[in-house]
Design a protein around this ligand. Sequence first.
Ligand SMILES: [Zn+2]
Length: 173
Amino acid sequence: MSWNWRCILRLRDLVSRFLISDVNNGWTTSFWFDNWNPLGPLVKVFGRDGTRRLRIHLNASVADACNEHAWGMQIQTSCCICSTQPETRDHLMLSCPYTEVLWSESRRRFRDTVPVFTNWPDLVLWTSSSSNAAPSNLRMMVVQALFYNIWKQRNNMLHNQALVPPYGNIPGD
Ligand SMILES: [Zn+2]
């Protein structure tokens, strides 16, 4: 992963924690110069070079930095795994490219045809339905295992900037 991207992931976490604990000061606290996070003033951590590489203006407040990168609390943050889409439940659990690989691998292992889910109600309906080859409790178990893994990888990406490739997540045939 690139230097910028690793930094942004780390900073995004810091910024969102700060904004959750101290929303009002987000508008007056200097992103680069104030001591608002555990690393201390960020200009000392990243240097003048870092301020340019991260493309956050020297005069930016924490809230500005957050808006510039759509890191906000009201604003949807982007998906921790693919970073190309807003992180919604449906994106993360159904349509993220990473998730799609897990789904297609799981789908192959069912003796029944499993539809490609594009929305939550379809998934819920399928999970609560039953067939001889794919009883409801089996469907439920698979969905739970998938969600558990996706969430674990999402957090792994958020906190450690590491991701287990989707194939490494599925036991062999
Ligand atoms: Zn994604």
